[in-house]
Design a protein around this ligand. Structure first.
Ligand code: B12
Length: 207
């Protein structure tokens, strides 16, 4: 019984075993971040690599994603600390045309744990929907996620749409193909490549 079993369960699309395996690790006192990084995220990286090599196809990626999501939901109460007052409001979503939501969900969970109120618009979100939600919720921060090089341009469109609507919300962006240079290019306030640093980034922006 180890984190390796959790990794293997995702790689084997075994969503039935994930909950029990994670519960056992947590009871044994294993660091939650280690379960997340070395178990769940490492397994998704491996699945992505197999897909890129033509060893796995979309249905398998989807099954691995289902297992990952079950695991994330088990970890959620341990990632999100309860209590404390809200330090800011974040509207988050995956941009238009993009259905990848695991990383966005994880960032949302960690932001909640970090004291933010989070409104999750889901995936495949039109720029104007971000604008409307940012206005309605009076968000200090809008978080945009994109996992495809083909959907990254919608980040720029969303930044422009917010500016055109006169919404002064700060935009943070992330997702596997996204870089700090891209964030700078499109006029986003910041970029991060994982959930804990997304929380640090968001905190620095509401100070
Ligand atoms: C799971 C998966 C899928 C699942 C998604 C299920 C779901 N509900 O999310 C399904 C099967 C639907 C899918 C479909 C496709 N996928 Co896909 N997918 C993946 C895979 C294997 C894992 C992504 C993931 O969840 N990673 C785990 C999370 C935790 O990491 P993350 O998303 O990067 O998020 C972290 C950071 O990036 C950051 N972050 C993320 N968002 C945000 C937001 C903010 C604001 C901040 C600050 C930070 C931040 O923090 C997160 C936490 O650490 C990746 C491979 C990979 N290694 O990325 C391919 C991958 C992204 N997919 C790919 C492709 C090509 C596709 C398809 C086009 C395949 C096809 N032919 O149909 C479709 C596109 C569908 C669409 N329109 O979106 C390519 C993209 C290539 C490219 N450069 O564009 C990849 C890279 C695979 C590959 N190696 O080729 N996919």
């Amino acid at each position: 019984m180890s984190i390796q079993d959790i990794y293997q369960a995702v790689v084997d699309f075994d969503d039935d075993s994930i909950k029990g395996l994670i519960d056992k690790e947590i009871s044994a006192g294993t660091d939650v971040k280690k379960i997340l990084d070395d178990g769940l995220i490492a397994a998704m990286d491996h699945v992505g690599k197999l897909f890129a090599e033509g060893e796995l196809f979309v249905p398998e990626m989807l099954m691995a994603a289902t297992a990952m999501k079950v695991g994330l939901n088990v970890l959620k109460p341990h990632l999100a600390k309860t209590g404390g007052s809200t330090i800011g409001t974040v509207v988050i979503g995956t941009v238009k045309g993009d259905l990848h939501d695991i990383g966005k969900n994880l960032v949302g969970m960690m932001l909640e744990g970090g004291g933010f109120e989070v409104f999750d618009l889901g995936s495949d979100v039109e720029p104007q929907k971000f604008v409307a939600a940012a206005k309605e919720k009076k968000a200090q921060i809008v978080g945009l996620s994109a996992l495809l090089t083909t959907t990254m341009p919608y980040m720029e469109e969303t930044v422009s749409a917010l500016k055109e609507a006169g919404v002064s919300t700060k935009v943070i962006i992330g997702g596997a193909p996204v870089t700090a240079a891209y964030a700078e290019k499109i006029g986003a306030a910041g970029y991060s490549d994982d959930a804990p640093s997304a929380v640090a980034l968001a905190r620095s922006l509401v100070k």
